[in-house]
Design a protein around this ligand. Structure first.
Ligand SMILES: Nc1ncnc2c1ncn2[C@@H]1O[C@H](COP(=O)(O)OP(=O)(O)OP(=O)(O)O)[C@@H](O)[C@H]1O
Ligand SMILES: [Mg+2]
Length: 471
């Protein structure tokens, strides 16, 4: 009871003192921003007493202070994060509120309340928001990369007649919104071409959405492409989900490895191409979509049509504008320029500083047939860069790769007298290479052609040092 009444007996001065002393930091400065008063707790915190600082400018002790701004514009500020150093050199983070002091309409000073309280939480919170902000930035960039075209026509290197014709076709295709089918061996640059068409087209500012028909399990592919309606199946999101067609609305949809689109989905794709509307899985209504379709295949689609693996009506729908990316072995004159370009790009991506590639290497790289095309060339250069570290790439950095891959049988027959076992192994190695070549590096197809399991194929690849072949 006594304590409740005690305050009533305090004089104004006692009450004022009590308040000031409870506040962590209490500072009064004059109209010029010089200390007039500091509280005892501020002195304890900073290690400077009133007599130490009286008459000094606040900003000389606390460069981070907002006092000068408040004196200039007469506006109070609160929740400002201010960093100060105490007399032991320790850094303190204070949360400060500033109030201008007026007398007869004139600013005569500023009064500051500084608090350490809650700063740990505040600093933790601020570190957390910084981190989130950082992440958000990163995802923004990623999203822009995913949605936008990563590459433009300038990234297609080469001056061979094949590349020249391809670039002309890209420019022509970019003018319209017609469906394009890009065919070419694995790693030859089909995706690059798709990006370039989009980037040159009037849709460039709209999304570029990619879906790889081979990478998504067939049972998920339908909803990935067309989306699903709310409550379409157990576990489906309550709000449904947009399919890639909708995400690509007004932009471009890139259907990669279209040759792997399961037969049962082919009529559905055909319907979308004809009607220009999608029917989400489990939904009743159709949604109109306006997207340009670019499809890619590393197997000639007409061959699949003939063997009944691809519907002819869908093929005709896709085959409006057709482009063929020539394999690297048919444009070997481009190898030196592509190699230089890839080296530069890898230097940036890997944070390396490999100065260049020797002329001898560039000549010898032309001797090889590159079944994995530009992607294989890129892998070989990256390998060599790791071996060379900071040196110019010379042939010795490449030798290992080509030795392991020496594909001509005579190089493996040794001095002539092969045992039956050696001869068998050699024939087996050749059969594996042939199968990989025919399947354009596709392991599943190669294993099927050889009549062995994928696991068995991997063992053979390891045994014959062919793991990287055609990838
Ligand atoms: N003409 C070129 N100039 C520069 N880089 C190229 C060129 N062609 C391809 N590349 C690069 O080679 C790599 C493989 O290209 P891309 O992914 O476009 O091939 P792809 O034909 O789609 O292969 P896959 O059939 O395996 O999907 C990429 O890193 C690409 O940037
Ligand atoms: Mg591709």
């Amino acid at each position: 009871m006594a304590s409740t009444h005690l305050l009533n007996h305090f004089s104004r001065e006692q009450l004022f003192d009590l308040l000031i002393n409870q506040l962590e930091g209490f500072i009064v400065s004059d109209a010029q921003g010089r200390y007039v008063f500091v509280s005892q707790r501020w002195t304890d915190l900073i290690g400077l007493s009133l007599s130490d600082v009286k008459g000094l400018y606040v900003h000389d002790v606390t460069p981070d202070t907002r006092v000068d701004q408040v004196l200039r514009d007469g506006k109070s500020r609160s929740g400002e994060l201010v960093t100060v150093h105490n007399n032991r050199g320790e850094e303190l983070h204070l949360l400060c509120s500033y109030t201008p002091l007026f007398h007869e309409g004139e600013i005569i000073g500023c009064f500051t309340v500084a608090s350490l309280q809650g700063m740990d939480e505040f600093m933790g919170f601020s570190a957390k928001t910084d981190e989130l902000f950082h992440k958000l930035n990163y995802y923004h960039k990623e999203l822009a990369e995913i949605q936008g075209a990563k590459y433009s026509i300038a990234n297609i290197i080469g001056s061979s007649p094949g590349i020249y014709a391809l670039k002309t076709a890209i420019h022509q295709a970019a003018r319209s919104a017609s469906t394009v089918i890009i065919q070419g061996e694995t790693g030859s640059g089909k995706e690059l071409v798709a990006h370039a068409i989009h980037a040159l087209s009037p849709r460039a500012a709209q999304p570029f959405i990619k879906i790889n028909c081979a990478a998504i399990p067939s049972e998920l592919l339908e909803s990935e492409l067309f989306g699903y309606a709310s409550g379409a199946f157990t576990g489906a999101s309550r709000h449904g989900k947009k399919g890639k067609f909708q995400l690509a609305d007004r932009g471009t949809l890139f259907l990669d490895e279209i040759n792997q689109l399961p037969l049962q989905l082919q009529p559905k794709l055909l319907r979308v191409l004809q009607e220009r509307e999608v029917e989400p899985v489990g939904g009743v209504e159709t949604i109109p979509v306006d997207c340009r379709i670019i499809a890619a295949s590393n197997v000639p689609l007409d061959r699949l049509v003939r063997s009944g693996q691809f519907r002819d009506d869908l093929f005709y729908r896709l085959n409006v504008v057709s482009m063929e990316v020539p394999p690297l072995r048919e444009r070997k004159e481009d190898i030196p320029a592509i190699a230089d370009y890839l080296l530069e790009r890898l230097n940036t991506q890997l944070g390396m500083a490999v100065p260049g590639i020797s002329g001898q290497v560039k000549d010898r790289l032309k001797e090889y047939d590159w079944p994995g095309n530009v992607r294989e060339l890129q892998n070989v250069i990256e390998r060599a860069m790791n071996a060379a570290w900071m040196d110019t790439l010379t042939w010795r950095h490449f030798e290992g790769y080509f030795q392991r891959k020496s594909l001509r049988p005579d190089q493996h027959s040794g001095t002539g007298a092969a045992t039956i076992r050696q001869a068998k192994e050699q024939a087996e190695r050749q059969a594996v290479i042939q199968a990989l070549h025919t399947s354009c590096g596709n392991r599943t197809a190669a294993a099927a052609a050889l009549g062995i399991t994928r696991a068995m194929l991997y063992r053979k690849l390891q045994k014959y040092g062919l793991e990287g072949y055609g990838i």
